[in-house]
Ligand binder design. Structure first.
Ligand code: SF4
Ligand code: SF4
Length: 68
C-alpha cells in the first residue's frame, strides 16, 4: 500500500507518470491549471497505489513523493 503526493507547482503535466503506473492511480486533472499546464492528480477513484515508486522515478521534474 502506498500514497502519492503531487507537487502541483512543479508538475508540468507531461503524463510520464500516468503511463508508468500499472495501477492507474494517476490522472491528469483538467480542472486544475498551473504555469506548466495541467498537473497530474493522485488517487483516481477506486484505484489503490502499491507504493512501487515507479512514477516518482520517471518524473523529470521531481514532482512526486511516494509514501509506503
Ligand atoms: S507508486 Fe506505483 S502504484 Fe503508486 S501511483 Fe506511483 S506508479 Fe502507481
Ligand atoms: S511525470 Fe512529473 S511532471 Fe510529468 S505529469 Fe507526472 S508528476 Fe507531472
Amino acid at each position: 500500500m502506498g500514497r502519492v503526493v503531487v507537487n502541483t507547482e512543479r508538475c508540468k503535466g507531461c503524463s510520464y507518470c500516468v503511463l508508468s503506473c500499472a495501477k492507474n492511480v494517476l490522472y491528469i486533472d483538467f480542472n486544475r491549471r498551473n504555469s506548466g499546464g495541467y498537473p497530474v492528480a493522485a488517487s483516481a477513484p477506486g484505484k489503490q497505489c502499491s507504493g512501487c515508486a515507479l512514477c516518482a522515478e520517471v518524473c523529470p521534474d521531481v514532482a512526486l513523493a511516494v509514501f509506503r
